[in-house]
Design a binder for this molecule. Structure first.
Ligand code: GAR
Length: 207
């Protein structure tokens, strides 16, 4: 039985990447193997995390590739094909992917978003901005969502969600950390295993 080959796409700190690496190493993703990390930015901590785990890492930087979405996605696809990637995990990846790209990997891309979708999501809602919006609105509960990725930003089928309390005196930074610790770092590896297992079964049924 061959494990599902996973690429993790990142843009920053890479704490979700780390959660995936740790989960894989401790046997919590038995159906998948992280074979590649792609970063959209140079000099980010996520690249160091990939190196420390001995996972090949490629940088695909849109600006460096001329600023066009098409060239950016072609570079990503080339790296994915070269590594034989079957499934993609967006872990703090801060670029929106086109319909052509999401169709190519239909039902094979998951994303973690730091709110309870459909609240505080969609275009322009990423990272700390999501937590600032939740605090500004005054909601008492937020959380994280892992969903399949389609052409609508944060619009694909929801796979897992977990609620997290907002506490008096919260700042966006404090809330971001709590949502990561209590929800994202648990949900993302869990959802990665769910999809990797489903894809492995699919391959077996075809054979
Ligand atoms: C995470 O909170 C992730 O949910 C969020 O960015 C952070 C990345 O942190 N992603 C989005 O907002 C995507 N819409 P990390 O680089 O430490 O994993």
């Amino acid at each position: 039985m061959t494990k599902t080959r996973i690429a993790v796409l990142v843009s920053g700190g890479g704490t979700n990447l780390q959660a995936l690496i740790d989960a894989e190493r401790s046997g919590k993703i038995p159906s998948g193997e992280i074979v590649l990390v792609i970063s959209s930015q140079y000099g980010v901590r996520a690249i160091e995390r990939a190196a420390a785990a001995n996972i090949p890492c490629v940088v695909c930087n849109k600006k460096e590739l001329g600023g066009e979405q098409k060239a950016f996605e072609e570079a990503i696809c080339k790296a994915l094909d070269r590594a034989g990637v079957e499934m993609i995990v967006l872990a703090g990846f801060m670029s929106i992917l086109s319909e052509a790209f999401t169709r190519r990997y239909s039902n094979r891309i998951i994303n973690v978003h730091p709110s309870l979708i459909p609240s505080f999501c969609g275009k322009g809602m990423y990272g700390l901005k999501v937590h600032e919006a939740a605090l500004d609105y005054g909601v008492k509960v937020t959380g994280a969502t892992v969903h399949l990725v389609n052409e609508i930003p944060d619009g694909g089928k929801i796979l897992l969600q977990k609620a997290v309390d907002i506490l008096p005196g919260d700042t966006a930074e404090l809330l971001q950390r709590r949502v990561m610790e209590q929800a994202e770092w648990k949900l993302l590896p869990q959802a990665a295993e769910m999809l990797a297992a489903a894809m492995m079964n699919e391959k077996e049924n075809i054979q």
